[in-house]
Design a protein around this ligand. Sequence first.
Ligand SMILES: [Zn+2]
Length: 277
Amino acid sequence: MTFTIPPGAPKAASAAAFGRELVKALEVRKVPRNELWRATGIGRTALDNYRVGASLPLTEAAATLAVALDWPPLLEIVRAARERRCARCRAPFRNEGGNMGAKRYCSPACRIIAENERLASKRARQASQTGDGKRRYQEVARLRSGIRIATEQATEARGAIATMCASCEPQGLCRTADCPLRAFSPLPMATHRSVTPATRTLAIARRSARRWTPAARAAQSEKTRRLHAEGRMSIDGIRANHPAHDPLRREAWLAAIRATKARRGHTGGRRPKAVPA
Ligand SMILES: [Zn+2]
């Protein structure tokens, strides 16, 4: 199922830009749409939706198309459209949601930490109003500094993993499902094939190679030879054995046509004159 963007939605412009870029890539690479479907396994309906800008592909599909057509802008458009920054740790993350609603955090962990921070602040405020505020306040400060250190370390680790993944898969698609870095990789896991699609010329050549096997060729030339022998082939628009070209049969042929027409009530183009009243 492909999510179709309602008109006027924020990502409609990106989807339209992606569609235009896909059309351009297919044209320049001379790849028929069917071949793209065959090569990537991305469904025809989905491809049609992308082409007309009715939906924006997930990063993985965009990367697959970018690889298949050797057209990096396809991935860049989707990356730019789907990239967000976490409201807590500021790390970039992909929003792969259908309607791309208000997803604010990079991970469930960040969402929970942000929630806890809010709660702690609230408690500290309340505590300072009741008396043993100082101790509570110190607790919160310690919690905050701990979180800050962890966040900094996580950001460094994330950067290192991203660099590692980018050098392993420069095309932006992870193909190693059991990589130990998989759970932390910023790259989407490749789920589609990416075989290079055939160009228009190659697709036609393949199709005719399938159709014109040596046996099919032999059968066709046998048929042509027979038609020639029977005089049924037209040469310069004239069928050799047609009675019109045979003085011995011509009269009989014309008589047969006249007889048929008479039987069917034809008047040879002359209609009886209407009698004036
Ligand atoms: Zn985060």
